[in-house]
Design a protein around this ligand. Structure first.
Ligand SMILES: [Zn+2]
Length: 244
């Protein structure tokens, strides 16, 4: 979606995007910004991962993941609000799936930043960080949301789908003996249904469909291309508790 001026994103008039030597572009406060202020609203074309992956890296790096299988692709050319850099010690966080809010008071001249771990859990935007903070993680990966320290520090500033990922991650476990037996018992009569049930256990997503779970767990990448492959995958990761 674009506004009347043709911009995909909203950037507060209290900040501006400009060219910088190191990172090429950055966004800076030009007036004090109070904690809680909406600094950026991200826009773009919404699409699933398969479609998203057909676009060039540069454009995908100016994009935002807003759901497990939903992305906002940035416009073809860089626009306002399109250049908010990552920092491992940021002054902004995700207020919801598409808005960046100030986590603290920001002074004029300060660079606007957020931690990409707050919004992105896909491997299209992994990089070596040069933010210079003493908290710098060095390598920024799509798994950083799992770090307990970040979960604590950014509590309330993760994208809603990451919050659900964190909860699912806590709940997920390998199939217990009884659950594995149930899968094998029901597989022949109801392959899709029994697999869905088992994948819900191993992923922690208790309500997701088979298709979502398949994509979420990246089963295609694990070599699981049909129901029998998925059973094999589940069997391989199954660990029986020592006593029944
Ligand atoms: Zn860093």
């Amino acid at each position: 979606m674009t506004d009347a001026a043709g911009y995909s994103n909203y950037l507060t008039p209290l900040a501006e995007t400009r060219a910088t030597p190191g990172t090429q572009y950055g966004t800076f406060a030009i007036a004090p910004i109070a904690a809680g202020t909406i600094v950026v609203t991200f826009g773009g074309s919404e699409m699933n991962r398969r479609h998203f992956n057909t676009f060039p890296d540069e454009r995908r790096s100016r994009s935002l993941q807003i759901e497990l299988d939903s992305f906002l692709l940035g416009p073809a050319e860089r626009q306002l609000g399109d250049a908010v850099n990552h920092s491992c010690e940021p002054n902004c966080g995700m207020g919801n799936a598409t808005q960046l809010v100030a986590m603290q008071n920001i002074s004029a001249g300060e660079e606007i930043s957020f931690d990409y771990a707050m919004s992105d859990a896909s491997n299209y935007d992994e990089f070596t960080c040069i933010c210079g903070s003493s908290l710098c993680r060095g390598n920024i990966t799509s798994h950083d949301w799992k770090l307990p320290e970040l979960q604590q520090r950014y509590n309330g500033y993760f994208s809603p789908y990451i919050v659900r990922k964190i909860k699912a991650h806590e709940k997920a476990h390998q199939l217990r003996k009884s659950e594995a037996e149930e899968l094998l018992r029901n597989y022949d009569s109801d392959p899709r249904g029994s697999l869905t049930k088992a994948l819900r256990v191993t992923s922690g997503y208790s309500n997701s469909s088979f298709e979502i779970l398949y994509s979420l767990l990246d089963l295609a990448a694990m070599g699981a291309h049909n129901e029998d492959d998925v059973v094999k995958y589940l069997n391989e990761m199954r660990v029986y508790p020592k006593s029944g």
